[in-house]
Every structure is written in structure tokens, then in C-alpha cells.
Design a protein around this ligand. Structure first.
Ligand SMILES: [Mg+2]
Length: 91
């Protein structure tokens, strides 16, 4: 079923790419949002998005980043367990 409404585009693309790539992208987006907020002020806003302050934009990207960190951590945990399951621990 195709999702509609706010956030649907984000959901549509969240599983594209490997976890490492998605984390790199989100780190870049946090850097950009943080740099803009520091440069123009936390309570300033992008002219095309007057309803969202730089704080709003930064916090949105921080949530994305935390999700990407958790996804990569889950992925690393999984591949570690797969490796451990294939390892003979008696030697
Ligand atoms: Mg993002």
C-alpha cells in the first residue's frame, strides 16, 4: 500500500542504501543544519520554510542521525553474531 501525507517520502527512501551509507548521509545533514544554525541563529529560518526554525531543522536531523546510528549498530551486531556463530570457540 502506498503511503500518503507528511513523512511518506522519508519512509519511501529509508531502506534504500546500506546502513553505513545512510549514516554518512545523515551525519552530513546534521553538520549542515548545525552550521546553518550557528551561522544564522537558532531562531532564524530558511526563507522557503518560515514555519520551521533552525532549531526545528537541527532537531529533525538529529533524530534522523540517531535512527541511522541505531540501524548501523543493529547491522554490526547482526554481522558480528553471524561471524561468531561460524567460529569454533573451542580453539
Ligand atoms: Mg536527515
Amino acid at each position: 500500500m502506498e503511503e500518503k501525507g507528511p513523512g511518506s517520502q522519508v519512509k519511501q527512501f529509508q531502506d534504500i542504501g546500506e546502513p553505513e551509507d545512510r549514516l554518512c548521509e545523515e551525519m552530513g545533514e546534521v553538520l549542515q543544519a548545525l552550521a546553518k544554525a550557528k551561522r544564522f541563529g537558532y531562531f532564524n529560518f530558511h526563507p522557503e520554510r518560515p514555519h520551521k526554525t533552525n532549531i526545528d531543522e537541527l532537531r529533525y536531523e538529529l533524530v534522523d542521525l540517531m535512527k541511522a546510528i541505531n540501524t548501523l549498530d543493529d547491522h554490526l551486531s547482526l554481522i558480528q553474531r553471524i561471524r561468531d556463530a561460524g567460529t569454533d570457540h573451542n580453539h
